[in-house]
Design a protein around this ligand. Structure first.
Ligand code: BES
Ligand code: ZN
Ligand code: ZN
Length: 460
């Protein structure tokens, strides 16, 4: 089931007539006077993405006029329609290729997502007959994964703490017969995840390391690490209230990891997949870790705590060390890591860090092709000295806030040794404003781009 997409035949549904922006005058010329008059009476301007209900002779809605520009189709092309057309069933009258049809249908469905777990939103949407050229399984895959990420992020921490996040991972693992191990609470010390424990121990819910493995042991190893800070108060270096308000989304990296894993497993990509999620709450309590503490990480690197609000890199570091141990072909991490990345590229672009030019080029190309924007920032080695510590191997926060996304990336890089290739995504995981197909709230970032890249690189 794909929300608001139907696999029925077109019979009885209302056609959406697609007219190219530059072709509009021509098209209008060929219409009966009734339509010409209607278009004029509505003062309709043929601009990309605009639509107009066209009347039949009996006064019913006979069809929808939809204007599309020459740039072609993308995932968001139809996204303004489902919420603005009268509820009902529609079909496209346009000659789309497979990728176009698949994406346009996905964008239609994605526009109908509503976070209604706690309240009946009473929203109606129009339904689209799946265009003939579309790959239905792929539409379902893109929509399901994106909505999964949105939902995990939107659910407030009271219902999406470390335990619930583990349960969400288990459900996905179960769906695809992936093996899952969870290292919980004091066991984190026994099994050497000391920084996951230190960051998460002040919470009423035990911190944990979720470790999921799927696929053929001999296939190329792709490992995804996601920051699962279910709530980030900032710890003892407490965030101000305005900055704390949205921090239920600080497990956005984990949501990306699970959603991307879902796509990979559902598509059956021939890779050996591993997903590692440190799931914690960065809380305040008598046993909270403190500014000035020195932690010994899983790798043995000692870390001076300059700021307990730079907790994401600590829990990621231990997970990255665990991932790195088995020398994956590709190590990907997703994290709502820094406010600085948001200052650098804004809230709607994923900031990306990697030393692998070919990997970046491949992902950037797919990001463009699937409209899931990424932009590279440098792992500028000369800034490594900004996170030097006098008492430990490294400090978890910079001596200056400048270049904060870069120093965070350099911190993570310290724990990547044996992986053949590594890429780090610093993401917002949230729409601050609504755009077609993308309501305000939790959002998937960069996972469609990475999925497209993995398909191209490893696809059977
Ligand atoms: N979760 C935050 C980063 C964040 C804030 C992401 C707002 C997206 C939007 C992270 O744990 C954090 O607090 N980082 C600090 C690091 C600093 C103390 C070195 C930051 O970015 O200010
Ligand atoms: Zn923080
Ligand atoms: Zn955080």
């Amino acid at each position: 089931m794909i929300p608001h997409i139907s696999s029925e035949t077109e019979a009885g549904s209302t056609p959406i007539t697609v007219v190219e922006e530059g072709d509009f005058e021509n098209w209008l010329e060929g219409q009966p006077d009734r339509i010409k008059g209607w278009v004029e009476a509505n003062d309709f301007k043929a601009k990309n993405g605009k639509h107009l209900l066209l009347p039949g002779e009996d006064g019913s809605v006979a069809s929808i006029l939809f204007i599309q520009n020459m740039d072609g189709w993308n995932i968001w092309s139809l996204s303004s329609l489902p919420g603005s057309l009268p509820a009902g069933v529609y079909h496209l009258e346009a000659d789309l290729k497979e990728k176009e049809a698949t994406e346009a249908a996905a964008g239609w469905s994605l526009a109908t997502y509503v976070f209604d777990r706690y309240k009946d939103m009473d929203k109606c949407f129009a339904t689209l007959i799946l265009p003939k050229a579309a790959d239905e399984a792929e539409v379902a895959r893109l929509v399901h994964a994106t909505n999964l990420a949105r939902e995990l992020i939107n659910i407030p921490t009271a219902d999406m703490g470390p335990r619930a996040l583990e349960a969400a991972a288990s459900q996905i693992a179960g769906e695809f017969e992936a093996r899952q191990t969870n290292v919980v609470g004091e066991d984190l010390l026994t099994y050497h995840y000391p920084m996951v424990h230190a960051v998460g121990r002040a919470s009423a819910e035990a911190p944990r390391l979720i470790d999921m493995v799927w696929g053929d042991a001999d296939a190329p190893k792709v490992t995804i690490v996601g920051k699962g800070v279910c709530f980030d108060t900032g710890g003892l270096d407490l965030k101000p209230s305005s900055a704390m308000l949205l921090m239920k989304k600080d497990m956005g990296g984990a949501a990306m990891a699970l959603a991307l894993a879902h796509m990979i497993m559902d598509a059956g990509l021939p890779v050996r997949l591993r997903v590692l999620i440190p799931a914690v709450e960065n809380a305040v309590s008598g046993n909270a870790y403190r500014p000035g503490d020195v932690l010994t990480s899983r790798s043995g690197t000692t870390v001076e705590i300059g700021n307990t609000d730079a907790e994401g890199r600590l829990v990621l570091a231990d997970a990255i060390t665990a991932a790195d141990d088995e020398e994956p072909d590709l190590l990907i991490d997703f994290a709502t890591l820094t406010g600085a990345a948001r200052v650098a590229v804004g809230t709607e672009i994923a900031a990306v860090f990697t030393d692998d030019d070919a990997l970046y080029d491949g992902i950037y190309r797919q990001a463009e092709a699937v409209k899931d924007p990424v932009w590279r920032l440098p792992l500028w080695d000369d800034y490594r000295s900004l996170i030097d510590s006098k008492v430990a191997d490294i400090n978890n926060s910079g001596s200056t806030g400048f270049g904060g996304a870069i120093t965070a990336g350099l911190f993570l890089k310290e724990f990547v040794e044996k992986s053949k290739s590594w890429i780090h995504f610093d993401i917002m995981a949230y729409n601050n404003r609504a755009r077609p197909g993308r309501p305000v709230g939790g959002e998937a970032f960069a996972i469609r781009a990475v999925y497209a890249y993995l398909k191209e690189r490893f696809g059977a």
